[in-house]
Design a protein around this ligand. Structure first.
Ligand SMILES: Cc1cc2nc3c(=O)[nH]c(=O)nc-3n(C[C@H](O)[C@H](O)[C@H](O)COP(=O)(O)OP(=O)(O)OC[C@H]3O[C@@H](n4cnc5c(N)ncnc54)[C@H](O)[C@@H]3O)c2cc1C
Length: 483
């Protein structure tokens, strides 16, 4: 791992560039921070290690979590309010979440939606009926988390809040192009192929960045503040092994090579604290097709362990933590379809007895599970996990198949949710809860809005990074100058 220790000011021979605010990383969080810092009047530069900004955001679907009654929600016939949104976001953010962040995020949601529209991002006033993970069309509004699934549905009024920009396929690149354009329009400058390696400190105060630009040292003074926005650490195997070893069994890293934890390590070395480091979002997409939500997910003992209609962050976490990584989705011919992750059928048999034997499950286990499930489904009930009635269908017509959703047989995506401890306004905090002077952070390199993969909703990463990136940029721009 590279040396992240801060460089004392005395060891700096000269500054190669001098700015008020230096933003490190140009994904959605860094982009938002740079736009707001520049709009607040600060001379702002963005250092980005790649030839072009975008980061993981530009690879993403672009779904962003907005609510409280956006124009799109209203046009699609959904009522929402700050309070309803807060009820749900508090659940989605998890027990360790920061209530202040939740409140600010929900209260500021309408304004934040408009911020993206003002950057030129278009959204179509259409609702996506079918539960999906990656909408392929240019339609917009979707239930992107556990809103309709128990137990969330019993604790917060279900409202769709995932907003996908009006582009077919993955729309993150389109959204990021608007942010990149907006950064230049706001007056910030961008230096590409420039990798930040260490922070520069005067005592405990962060005063600049020691970077490498096209392999040459590049020392940049930040008279007001540095904003770290470098993404997460899923591409750093050493950090994963140390902080989140259970995530190593996931076989697909969701992000870019930039997610190597560099910002987290620089921040910690300068006195910041890293928290929530064991948490990640795990993704095993056995739906779409939505018909698979009518299937029955069992573990290696033939037992159900979660309601199958939950958001995939919850079901995938349950496969890892409750089913020890071994799970099958039992389907019949009518509901079986091809998944985007190309799940394979572990077995197809004419009865549950035969299926149980083919999967090597304990004798009688699957038969009992399916008998009990089918009895409930026939009454429109799921007494164990309260799956929504629209997904309850007795599976009685053979043949029956078992889609292999095990960690060693199917596609498990993962990205990390831990990072620097920050105030909602972006100041990086030390272990005593005090700000590290001159240092700010936003996006996936922080422990942000959502602290738990099992409760996460799609759109909370882009929503969190952009919303709190904006606040971090503003806070850096108005922080006391160092000279
Ligand atoms: C396929 C896919 C689909 C997704 N879909 C969604 C979705 O629909 N909705 C949603 O909310 N989230 C989604 N996500 C997750 C989401 O995109 C990311 O978590 C989020 O965009 C991260 O934003 P960020 O600004 O923190 O990091 P990034 O967008 O990754 O930006 C970080 C930037 O920092 C740069 N960088 C890193 N280290 C350095 C350094 N030392 N010096 C200089 N530059 C550096 C990187 O090159 C990168 O450009 C998806 C992710 C993927 C990959």
């Amino acid at each position: 791992m590279s040396d992240s220790r801060p460089l004392p000011l005395g060891e700096i021979p000269r500054w190669d560039a001098e700015h008020e605010v230096v933003v490190v990383g140009q994904g959605v969080a860094g982009g938002a921070a740079a736009i707001e810092a520049a709009r607040a009047g600060a001379d702002t530069v963005v250092l980005e290690r790649m030839t072009r900004g975008g980061g993981a955001t530009s690879l993403s679907t672009g779904i962003t979590y907005f609510g409280a009654g956006t124009e799109i929600q209203r046009a699609c016939g959904f009522e929402d309010s700050v309070e309803d949104m807060e009820d749900f976001v508090a659940l989605a953010a998890g027990e360790q979440a920061d209530p202040e962040r939740i409140r600010l995020y929900c209260e500021g949601s309408l304004d934040h939606f408009q911020w993206f529209r003002d950057l030129g991002v278009e959204y179509k006033a259409t609702f996506i009926e079918e539960k999906t993970t990656h909408p392929f069309t240019d339609d917009c509004l979707t239930y992107s988390g556990n809103e309709e699934a128990w137990p969330h549905s019993a604790r917060a009024r279900p409202v769709p809040r995932g907003h996908k920009p009006a582009r077919e396929g993955e729309a993150g690149g389109y959204l990021m192009e608007a942010v990149l354009r907006g950064t230049l329009e706001a007056g910030a400058s961008v230096v590409n192929e420039c990798r930040a390696e260490r922070l520069v400190v005067d005592g405990t105060r962060v005063v600049g960045v020691a970077a490498r630009r096209e392999r040459e040292p590049f020392l940049v003074k930040a008279s007001r503040g540095v904003v770290l926005a470098t993404g997460g650490f899923v591409f750093n195997d050493e950090m994963l092994a140390k902080h989140a070893p259970h995530l190593i069994q996931c076989n697909y890293k969701v992000g870019t090579a930039g997610d190597d934890g560099s910002g987290i390590n620089m921040g910690v070395a300068a006195g910041g604290e890293a928290i929530n480091m064991s948490e990640g979002l795990v993704l095993n997409a056995y739906y779409p097709p939505a018909s698979h939500l009518k299937g029955v997910l069992v573990d290696g003992q033939g037992q159900r362990f979660v309601n199958e209609d939950s958001y995939l962050g919850r079901t995938s976490d349950a496969i890892l933590t409750k089913a020890d990584g071994c799970a099958y989705l039992v389907v019949d011919d009518e509901i079986h379809g091809r998944t985007q992750a190309f799940h394979k059928l572990a077995a197809v048999e004419g009865s549950f007895e035969e299926l149980e034997k083919a999967l090597d499950l304990p004798t009688g286990s699957l038969v009992r599970t399916m008998t009990y499930y089918n009895e409930g489904a026939a009454r429109g009930e799921d007494p164990l996990f309260h799956k929504a009635a629209k997904y309850l269908k007795p599976l009685v017509e053979p043949p029956f198949g078992a889609l292999d959703c095990s960690t060693d047989a199917s596609f498990f995506g993962v990205f990390t949710l831990g990072g620097l401890s920050v105030r909602a306004t972006g100041e990086v905090l030390d272990a005593g809860g005090e700000p590290v002077p001159g240092l700010f952070a936003a996006g996936r390199c922080t422990a942000g809005l959502c602290r738990e993969g099992r409760s996460y909703a799609s759109g909370l990463s882009i929503g969190d990074g952009s919303f709190f990136g904006r606040l971090a940029g503003r806070a850096a721009a108005r922080s006391e100058p160092w000279s």
